[in-house]
Design a protein around this ligand. Structure first.
Ligand SMILES: Nc1ncnc2c1ncn2[C@@H]1O[C@H](COP(=O)(O)OP(=O)(O)OP(=O)(O)O)[C@@H](O)[C@H]1O
Ligand SMILES: [Mg+2]
Length: 244
């Protein structure tokens, strides 16, 4: 068995009086495409934010790449952050920067690469996600939804991460662009050996890309495993979720 890349143990999260996660545990293994599934508002994005040091859980522990993330000092946290890439729910590209500049930003900040090497790395990342070099010179406002997602993915890949976190990457895309994005995710996993964590409720993506998944409901994980495992689980949410 490969080592878990993410270990979530007994995590509980509340916002004021409102309990979002009640004692949740699961593991994500190396090389998996892993899904965080569930109806809207059930704490999927919050769980992802807890893994990437943006939202501290109230109790429990989260290990990423062998480090307990909420116990790290500032320097260790910076080092760990370089090892994952994130595509947020709204792509979150910097609108005043071109796509190339968006991708180059982290390389400028965290590496000693020369400007010409940065240009070459940026060109490679654009190619990896299927954007042209002239797309790279465009600004986010000049891109279609699908291109924005690809640009955000290229930026997430800038630092050669081991782990990718994607929050609903296909939810705002038409079915054709969504299917294209799913193929891209599968080929990047093959090419780079990435572990990929995806928040999604897109059924086509779930079927096509996910190896294993957890389904959140009632503040708990109510089903886990492969899609077959999840579909075998008896819970009223399962039927409504998969027959949406
Ligand atoms: N910073 C916050 N402050 C207060 N409440 C929050 C905060 N972040 C999330 N919540 C609440 O926690 C719950 C879970 O939110 P979350 O964004 O994790 O859901 P989600 O499963 O990702 O939903 P969606 O599918 O709509 O993106 C929601 O009720 C939300 O209002
Ligand atoms: Mg969300």
């Amino acid at each position: 068995m490969k080592a878990p890349v993410v270990r979530v143990r007994n995590v509980s999260t509340r916002f004021g009086e409102y309990l979002v996660h009640d004692d949740i545990s699961f593991d994500i293994y190396e090389g998996e495409i892993f899904g965080l599934l569930g109806p809207s508002g059930y704490g999927k994005s919050t769980m992802m934010r807890e893994m990437i040091l943006l939202q501290e859980p109230d109790s429990g522990s989260i290990e990423v790449l062998g480090k307990e993330v909420w116990k790290l000092g500032e320097k260790e946290a910076v080092e760990l952050r370089k090892q994952w890439g994130v595509v947020f729910q709204e792509s979150a590209l910097f609108s005043s920067l071109s796509v190339e500049e968006n991708i180059a930003l982290l390389l400028r900040e965290y590496t000693n690469m020369s400007p010409s090497l940065i240009r070459r790395v940026v060109a490679t990342k654009l190619e990896m996600v299927g954007l042209s070099q002239s797309d790279g010179r465009k600004y986010p406002s000049e891109l279609s939804g699908g291109m924005k997602k690809k640009a955000a993915l290229a930026r997430a890949l800038a630092m050669d991460p081991k782990l990718l976190f994607l929050d609903e990457p296909t939810s705002s895309l038409d079915p054709v662009s969504a299917a294209e994005f799913d193929s891209l995710i599968l080929s990047l996993r093959e090419l780079l050996g990435l572990t990929i964590v995806i928040v999604t409720h897109d059924l086509a993506s779930i079927r096509k890309t996910l190896d294993t998944m957890v389904l959140f409901a009632d503040k708990k994980v109510i089903a886990r495993g492969t899609l077959q495992d999840v579909l075998k689980t008896r819970h009223p949410i399962i039927e409504s979720f998969f027959l949406q």
